[in-house]
Design a protein around this ligand. Structure first.
Ligand SMILES: [Zn+2]
Length: 95
């Protein structure tokens, strides 16, 4: 992963939650224009955050919400690892 990407990914959750400063937002958007990897990452994160927010509206026990956070973190890690492994092997589709 390039160093620029790492810096972007670090502030991505703030950005997606609308909590990043304007300066940071501009930096991220500028980077996304030229980086497909990060674009895909942002799309995935958006999706996950949307789902997660829906979950949060439901009154779920704290233990369960911690568990979900963990699963989401794992999933994000898995997605970026899968992508690194190359798309050639990604022939098998999930049902
Ligand atoms: Zn990038």
């Amino acid at each position: 992963m390039r160093r620029a990407c790492k810096a972007i990914l670090g502030s991505l959750s703030d950005y997606l939650e609308g909590e990043a400063s304007e300066q940071v937002c501009n930096k991220i958007e500028e980077h996304l224009k030229g980086c497909k990897m990060c674009q895909m990452h942002v799309d995935n994160m958006r999706l996950i955050i949307t789902m997660y927010k829906r979950w949060r509206d439901v009154d779920i026990p704290r233990a369960l919400s911690l568990r979900i956070e963990q699963v989401i973190a794992n999933e994000i890690g898995r997605l970026s690892r899968d992508r690194k492994a190359g798309s050639r092997r990604a022939r098998r589709r999930k049902k």
